[in-house]
Write a protein that binds this ligand. Structure first.
Ligand code: HEM
Length: 340
């Protein structure tokens, strides 16, 4: 059998590739001869994936709760994957598929494309949240959640990593400390991040067990991550663009969308869901993490804004307001009780 010029050329490229890392092409060709073809189930790890749902009770709807959280984690992982590429300027991969490290500069085109991806993932999450909101029987949820104490989505580290990589920590400081720490050190800012003050037992001021466990596992890692990502977070990448590129309406549009997606749309659909399951005729149930969630979760109250320079004063003052009014009106209609 004759080998075409094309095939011979590829063999030459392969030989050079393996020689450059001190390897013998012939041995690798032997490997190809013996290897089985790849299958879908091995590549996607279907069996491993489907073995990861381990309900704590026999209520069938608990599986929906677990799977939807896992789906969210996978999306968060895709989001972090894109954010890393933005922050590090994109991977330079040679024509032969060789990893040549990161580019030296971020191209505006790449910035826009990757921000678009991040926004698409957040939109997918926001739109699909109805799977949680209406997809479980409230009676089942109310029971199986009791076997999950004190675990809470509050402990989703992936969400916190995304926030730290998106903006300057000064914007994530709890509202009461924000002005004071505006020019503070990033570690002091991280120590005063909004969620550390959110998970406090009302009355005693003590940290909830959910927060204590979360901090024990992740706080140090968040500090290390802040050291790495604060100098190159998405806001810094924007500010490092040329003056002209900073006026690019496509970049501004994507950054504003990101702000709305992370700090209004997702938190609000999530809050709406919490209200549906936790609001009760005679009072409000505590979340599994024990926060005063009616006051903690609404974006209108937290007013987290990644990119305040891209919004007018009025837009910031009305952050999340329309949505929240709608949610509260709904709440009033269905539960005959407004969150405090
Ligand atoms: C029926 C569904 C859900 C309910 C009732 C619910 C309820 C709550 C509550 C009450 C809190 C405040 C902390 C606490 O007291 O536990 C919280 C926080 C949180 N939950 Fe959920 N949640 C639900 C679904 C989800 C899903 C699917 C995710 C995806 C990972 C998630 C992620 C989060 C995050 C990231 C926070 C922290 C938010 C912040 O700090 O602003 N939750 N949730």
């Amino acid at each position: 059998m004759e080998l075409s010029d094309n095939t011979l050329e590829k063999i030459k490229v392969l030989k050079a590739k393996y020689a450059s890392i001190g390897q013998d092409l012939d041995a690798y060709l032997d490997g190809l001869i013996y290897a089985n073809p790849l299958t879908y189930w091995d590549y996607i790890e279907v069996d491993a994936l489907l073995s990861l749902q381990k309900p704590k009770t026999d209520f069938p709807d608990e599986k929906i709760f677990i799977v939807y959280h896992q789906i969210t984690e996978l999306y968060f992982s895709l989001i972090s994957h894109e954010i890393e590429q933005i922050c590090k300027n994109g991977k330079n991969i040679s024509e032969n598929g060789e990893d040549l490290g990161w580019f030296d500069e971020l191209s505006p085109k790449f910035f826009i494309e990757r921000l678009k991806r991040v926004n698409k993932y957040f939109e997918a999450l926001t739109h699909s949240f109805d799977i949680m909101r209406f997809g479980m029987e409230k009676e089942q949820f109310t029971k199986f959640r009791m076997s999950l104490l004190s675990a809470s989505g509050f402990q989703a580290a992936s969400y916190r990593y995304i926030e730290i990589a998106c903006t300057d920590l000064k914007y994530l400081v709890h509202e009461t400390k924000r002005d004071e720490l505006l020019n503070g050190d990033i570690h002091e800012q991280l120590d005063n991040i909004y969620w550390r003050r959110g998970a406090i037992v009302e009355g005693t001021g003590e940290k909830t067990l959910t927060l204590v466990d979360f901090e024990n596992k992740y706080l140090e890692k968040f500090h290390e991550f802040a050291d790495e990502y604060q100098p190159m977070n998405i806001w810094k990448k924007f500010k490092n663009l040329s003056e002209e590129d900073q006026k690019n309406p496509d970049i501004i549009k994507e950054l504003r969308e990101l702000d709305v997606n992370v700090n209004i749309n997702w938190p609000l659909i999530h809050f709406r869901t919490a209200a549906r399951y936790l609001a009760q005729a005679g009072g409000e149930s505590k979340g599994t993490g024990g926060t005063n969630w009616q006051n903690y979760l609404p974006p209108r109250f937290q007013r987290r804004v990644f990119y305040p320079e891209l919004w007018s004063e009025q837009e910031i003052n009305e952050w999340g307001k329309l949505w929240v009014e709608e949610v509260f009106a709904d709440h009033l209609k269905t539960e005959k009780k407004l969150p405090k």
